[in-house]
Design a protein around this ligand. Sequence first.
Ligand code: SF4
Length: 468
Amino acid sequence: MASTVRSAPKPRLEDYLLQTASRIPPGVTSPDCCPTLGFWRCGWKRKCELSKKQTGKKLEKCAVDFANNNFTREDVAKVIEARDGSINLRTLDELYQQLIFKKIRVQGYNGLVGELELVKEDCHKQGYSFGSVELDRQILNSSTDELIYEIAGRKIHNVRSWLGFKNGKFVFPLPLPKQEPREYHLRASGFTNTCHLARIIGKIDRDALQKDIIEEIMPNKYSVIGTTRHKLANQRPWVDYLRETSDRLPKIWDYCENEIFCEIKNTDRKKGEPDEIVLSGHGDASFVLTDGNPDRDIIINTDYKRGKRGAYEKPAYILRGIIYALGAANALGREFKKGIVVHLVKRFFHGEEGDRIFPKYYLGYASPENYDSVTLDEFDAAKKRIVQASGLENLAVSTYRMEKIILENKENFLAYKDLAQQQKFCFDADMPEEFRECFNSDLCRILAQLVLKGVDIEKRYFLPGVVI
Ligand code: SF4
């Protein structure tokens, strides 16, 4: 494929270090904000009058229909039939319930509040907008330049132009085959939390727990906002939602939110431990940067995130991206010898109220020899201090062992909880006020009460498939 890339200005390190939230970048037709949803940057033709004027075309269904629940079980049944080849009523029910926008109870709110209303309010207050996964792909393929840096240890290395890095290659969706359910030990998302109890909480079946307790488990509003933002970006209740973009593109569910498993060897295996630690997770989207030669393909993992402004990304996000990409390669039975791009689409905590800032892209490249270079601040409960740890095997095995110790008996569980409090994991004074308290604090307290009563939370409340 011939290179059509214009020569890009040489990126400067200070540009990277001083990066701030970008507005819709030049080089891609700036999608306007949707007149109805406001925060939504519609990347393609809609059925509204504005869009019709701009494009002369219209879609029968758009994000507004999705957000307003203008879809039926029959629509979702068609999605399942196209995806799975047949309709399973339980799957239909689950997906329908997952897709509709609901009114729910949330911590800090009296009565019911709409998921979509929470997103609207948050977008307005924090001044951001966003679009779909397909828009993000189009921007990556456009002549818009970004900076990409090399993932190798803790420092920012070798900052390059994204256009130069692409060098004529294009970003395509990477459909992943559906994985059969299987046993796993850890969730890849857990590494985002330094607290090991928070990692354990990520494996709790909240519905099962709710059935056994009187206290209502209410989600944190920012968790709901994050899930809803994802839903709008990378899920659809219609088979033909992207039809006008291109018939040749895989369907959104083939490359978004697919379950992956990543096996990490446990070479220094102790008695009773598995030969490999299996990590599970759902990548937001899988793409491939390709020029048509599979030997040169680079796998891309896209993740929608929210974080503090800052040049250096939270290393756990990078690690997660690498794990998801390795799991995706695993699902495909392929090796991507040229490496992995971690693509974070980040909203920030603080924008100006009423602004419509587009998320900032963060791009990091890891060659296979650097997959192990990401260094996390891990809590060593034996030393009672934070230590720097790196290496996929080291991180996976030490997390597995720590969780096993915590779950061994109630004394360990409660002692760890005390330690976490002393370490100030439960309350981060550096964060904006609403984000200071650990989002898992209610669940953590409820589980500690159950553990104190002698309940085996691992046996009773771990999600199906989790083993320890
Ligand atoms: S409340 Fe504290 S101990 Fe519990 S999960 Fe959160 S950070 Fe960990």
